[in-house]
Design a protein around this ligand. Structure first.
Ligand code: ARG
Length: 271
């Protein structure tokens, strides 16, 4: 029996100015050619898919000079109608935060909108899992940001330390499938964090080296459909075995910037 989907509300940014102009993660090679046109087409497919699945998608206008803006997941964390706008680690992306502050202020309807004091890259490192926030650190998000988020959202925060530079954001190494189900790539985590994951999720799906490198963990689940890069064939089979409905996406162009499906998708969670 297939699982039940719940309708979601997402915020996305069209990759109008997408390019790889600098390198802030090991996937980015500014010397390699990129096609903005292809990035727009692949992103458009994902955008339309969400709409077809019955989700509500809103758009934030891209700004010139910010080639990584398509990665909307990094702009904020939104939980129970409370918005915590990111504070980016690298200067190349710091100006993105203002666009999110402006968008949420103009949009209205949120209980509180604030920019974080400590460096954190939104849902890149914060994943909502049931009533808990799984919080990455090691490459981008400052561990002190975890306490700030726990106080702001009033939820328990479980810190997880990343150790492999290729998996620099938590959402490149772990995906939340349902309130109490996740899939992850064990070698991306420090030994003590792996212990935490094993005790919280003893039956979790784990990813092979190949599936992790295909960005298979950069996935978006609505409880039934799991959208992930199509090359992650092992994960696709494992998801099917557990009665999810995996949907493979071709986001090859965005991979050149070290991002994929989840990175393009910020979930807006209302109270
Ligand atoms: N080039 C971007 C960066 O390094 C990619 C961000 C990917 N986003 C994500 N949620 N993992 O910041």
């Amino acid at each position: 029996m297939l699982r039940t989907a719940t309708p979601r509300h997402y915020l996305m940014v069209r990759p109008t100015y997408f390019d790889v102009e600098y390198s802030i993660n090991p996937w980015m090679d500014p010397g390699k050619p990129t096609s903005t046109e292809l990035a727009i087409a692949q992103w458009g497919w994902l955008h339309d898919l969400y709409a077809d699945l019955g989700h509500r998608v809103e758009l934030l206008d891209p700004r010139p000079g910010l080639p990584d803006m398509v990665f909307a997941a990094n702009g904020a964390t939104v939980l129970d109608g409370r918005v915590l706008v990111a504070r980016f680690r690298y200067t190349q992306r710091t100006a993105e935060a203002a666009a999110y502050l402006d968008w949420f202020a103009a949009r209205g309807g949120y209980a509180e909108v604030r920019q974080a004091q400590w460096v954190n890259e939104g849902e890149g490192d914060y994943l909502v899992a049931g009533g808990r926030l799984l919080a990455g650190t090691g490459f981008r998000t400052n561990p002190r940001a975890h306490d700030e988020s726990a106080a702001y959202f009033g939820v328990p925060v479980t810190g997880l330390t990343l150790v492999d530079p290729r998996y620099y954001h938590l959402d490149t190494a772990l995906a939340v499938l349902d309130a109490d189900e996740v899939m992850y790539y064990p070698p991306a985590f420090a030994p003590e964090s792996l212990e935490v994951l094993r005790s919280l999720y003893p039956d979790a799906i784990t990813a092979s080296d190949e599936d992790a490198a295909a960005f298979g963990l950069n996935a978006v689940s609505d409880g039934r459909h799991v959208v992930l890069p199509q090359a992650a064939t092992g994960l696709i089979a494992q998801l099917r075995e557990r009665d999810f409905e995996p949907i493979g996406a071709d986001v090859s162009e965005l991979l050149k910037a070290g991002g994929s499906v989840k990175c393009c998708t910020l979930e807006l969670r209302h109270a």
